[in-house]
Ligand binder design. Sequence first.
Ligand code: NAD
Length: 548
Amino acid sequence: MTADRRFDVTRGPALRCRGWRQEGLLRLLENVLAVGERPQDLVVYAALGKAARDWPSHDRIVSTLRTMEEGQTLVVQSGKPIGLMRTHAQAPLVLMANCNLVGQWARAENFYALEKAGLICWGGLTAGDWQYIGSQGVIQGTYEIFARIAERHFGGSLAGRWILTAGLGGMGGAQPLAACMAGASILCVEVDGERIDKRIAAGYLQQRAPDLEAALAMIRAAQEARQALSVGLQANAADVYPELVERGLVPDIVTDQTSAHDLLYGYIPREFSLAQVRELRAGDPQRLMAASTASIVRHVGAMLAFQRAGAVVFDNGNLIRTQAKAGGVADAFDIPIFTEAFLRPLFARAIGPFRWIALSGDPMDIERIDRHLLEHFGHNASIVNWIGLARRHIRFEGLPARIAWMGHGERTALALAVNRMVADGSLRAPVAFTRDHLDAGAMAHPNIMTERMRDGSDAVADWPLLNAMLNCSSQADLVAIHSGGGGYSGYMTSAGVTLVADGTPRAEQRLQLTLDNDTSLGVMRYADAGYAEALDEVERRGLDHFTL
Ligand code: NAD
């Protein structure tokens, strides 16, 4: 069924749909597959994060987007289009609920059974709602973490320092480039050689080492020269990390971005080949999951040993500590989570990963928006610094896109300016705006985003639900509510939103309302939890937040 499919994105000014809002969403769907990890299986990233339930669902979504009018809303349930509703011209065009199971049922084994029965699929964060833009999507987040570590632990510079990590998948692939942008050397352990080649081809990874000795020699030479370098090594992290501990080698920074959240479809246990793992998934899933847990126990045991030896160690959002703890590593949570350790002060001001995608497919459109930002956001050193770095280092995958961590008011100001640029013809076609689900008001994830919230509200999932309802009321083009699938089942709920700036006054209204309200709720979520930065932001921006 997939042999004759091509995973290309349509570019240029010609419309196949009845308007740019529909066309924009269709191009985004094409884009997540074009830059995804296994498009033939509809898998975009994170082992199982899918763009649609199955090919018939995908094809029906595509044909509907091509024919639907404004005033109609397509309803999608876990990647399957359910029907077209009559709404009104300013209503969202697409509404989605992906992978939401009721509390007591939200466990991995129930998810796998429902998925096998064709009743559900997981949308990841940005896969199911067509917002993924390749490894670039998390690159600034990863860069900001390294920059914070540099400030806090290494006198502001990572020159001459080295980072150990694992996993070069859809999201993990951002790590080598982010590390180099921050001036460090990085060794990335990846069990699948094809993933290493893919990151080299995409310009995210520089070198591939033939073995551990060669990899360490390359890292040592780069350290001595105080040069940034990224090296990929095909090996299993559960072998390499303990081996380095054994040798008494201590990296400056250690993390991991294997798909440890999923013991069956994500993590690859040591002493198993990729082919054996594929067979065991169907033949003996219990054995495979037990082997994954045993490897994660070794893997996290080594991370803790690095921490005791003085390395800065952190969990990069893949549930590896949770899996290790379940496997018996009592002190797994001595490793901090990146959000709480490094990024919470930004989220408390609703500064988070905002993205825009040139629907024209023309890199010049992104270049013009970059120039606009450099001219008009000069007061914000972090945005100017980031745009400079991104322009120098990031090669586009799929539709040209940009990510920048921006906050309340800033996102709206940029989007409205872009809408004007579309209207006056400075850009070749409309531009889509979206953001990661890992955003201030949009995610409850007690082992990642909301771990150790000040007021103990870690597991309260009202916030992403409110976020989605608010974005519908604010006339966003696409709104989605996701909960965790696979190994993330029962661990998270989040909301996604997308808008198309098509240059019209109606788009101006949609952008203004949605982007203002999206970040307002983010600030209020943290203000409600008592964060000083959020309370300050409420004051500075004049937000109508109630203090009870
Ligand atoms: P992916 O499935 O595309 O890639 C995971 C990679 O890890 C694969 O290439 C796989 O071969 C490799 N791998 C698995 N086990 C290994 C082992 N034992 N040793 C070495 N390599 C191994 O996943 P992804 O999209 O890159 O995401 C990785 C993880 O990060 C997921 O758990 C995801 O949910 C999480 N994530 C975190 C953030 C964040 O904000 N920090 C964002 C997105 C994803």
